[in-house]
Design a protein. Structure first.
Length: 396
């Protein structure tokens, strides 16, 4: 496999395949968040508390993050696009297990399996884009791909509650299976059109266990470690703060949860706006300025949310936060595609795992800080952390 920094003679970008990958990412992220609003329904059916029902969301999230390290080496070995097709098909089947669960344990197990197969879709897609798109075009292409993840986040938060109220929580997982089926159809059509097949990189000559050992070696790679550390710390502070914005609005201003969730979802719309102008921004600012503007802007948003005397300022601030945060995060993702070009699947899976670990720990500690000292203090801590990681990245 060769390095993907190419000249202008590269073949055209396979937009149909990338759109299908974005739909697969949409389905996987929607499935990650779709249980959030279903927990009261699940708790009522299985005779438990909302906290007890949260096991179904936790099972999916744990499998989603933990299995990312496994799929990268497998994708490098057998072909990333091919593995994405297989995982999309398996996601249909695992999603259809949930509606037939008769106990909470069965539902949690079904969700664990679903998370295990869906967790590799985003990092493998990013790695495949890294293999097929020249570096100078990659920022804009990845930004467009990430519209799928942003839309999936918003849809998962909203559709779960709506369909659960109108029909049942079981119908929600049928919808998820349908989304994966649509993405699989698109991915297979891309193969028929040869947009993806002719771009399949040569599989790694390493055996699977050697490839997995190479994944562990990434943590010792001097070119990779700063990127992995940056995304872990970035996720720690940003998600550790933003996760509790809705709760803070409710606690300080009495904003109902029915509005707090959609407010936070505005960050996803900001992400979509960023995708529309990403290519122009990169050409105009360059990577270092993207990091500085995005990081400083994200920190200011968090500080303004902490100090705001009026909840009406929250919606525009949250909209801007999605745009600004992606300026720094998308730049890190693009750099991650070049960490280890010869094992790009393993590298992007490790990158996704680092983000998962960072945000998981950040949210856990954020909950403790929120309970003890309140939302404004938590958001200010997050703002200072984002500033610090921005300065560290910009210096490199």
């Amino acid at each position: 496999m060769t390095d993907s920094i190419r000249t202008g003679d590269a073949p055209p970008t396979p937009w149909w395949a990338i759109a299908s990958l974005a739909l697969a990412a949409f389905a996987s992220i929607a499935a990650l968040r779709i249980c959030d609003q279903l927990l009261p329904h699940i708790a009522a059916e299985f005779g438990t508390t909302t906290g007890g029902a949260s096991a179904v969301a936790t099972a999916y999230a744990i499998a989603y993050g933990a299995c990312q390290l496994l799929v990268g080496p497998i994708g490098d070995r057998m072909g990333k696009y091919r593995l994405i097709v297989i995982l999309s098909g398996l996601s249909i089947l695992t999603s259809l297990l949930a509606p037939f669960a008769t106990t909470l344990a069965q539902l949690s197990a079904a969700r664990f399996l679903a998370g295990a197969v869906a967790g590799g879709l985003v990092p493998l897609s990013l790695a495949w884009i890294g293999d097929t798109v020249p570096y100078e075009q990659r920022q804009g292409v990845i930004a467009r791909f990430l519209t799928g993840t942003a839309a999936g986040f918003m849809a998962g938060q909203g559709l779960g509650g709506i369909i659960g109220d109108l029909y049942s929580w079981r119908a929600v997982f049928g919808l998820v299976a349908g989304l994966f089926a649509l993405s699989l159809a698109g991915l297979l059509l891309a193969l028929v059109k040869e947009e993806a097949a002719r771009r399949q990189p040569v599989a790694s000559r390493l055996g699977l266990f050697q490839s997995m050992a190479a994944t562990l070696a990434i943590f010792r790679n001097p070119a990779a470690v700063p990127v992995l550390a940056a995304v872990a710390v970035e996720g720690f502070f940003y998600y550790g703060g933003m996760t509790f914005v809705g709760a803070d609005l409710q606690q300080r201003f009495g904003v109902p949860t029915s509005l707090g969730g959609p407010f936070v979802g505005l960050a996803g719309i900001g992400t979509l706006l960023y995708a529309a102008v990403a290519s122009k921004l990169v050409r105009r600012l360059g990577e270092r300025q993207m990091i500085i503007v995005g990081g400083v802007g994200s920190a200011l948003i968090l500080a303004m949310l902490a100090l705001s005397p009026d909840w009406h300022l929250a919606p525009p601030l949250l909209l801007a936060s999605g745009f600004l945060f992606l300026m720094i995060h998308n730049t890190l993702q693009v750099r991650a595609t070049q960490m280890v070009p010869t094992a790009r699947g393993a590298a992007l899976a490790t990158f996704a795992f680092a983000l998962f670990i960072g945000q998981t720990i950040g949210i856990a500690l954020g909950a403790i800080i929120f309970d003890r000292v309140g939302g404004p203090a938590l958001l200010l801590i997050a703002a200072m952390g984002i500033l610090a990681v921005t300065a560290a990245i910009a210096r490199r």
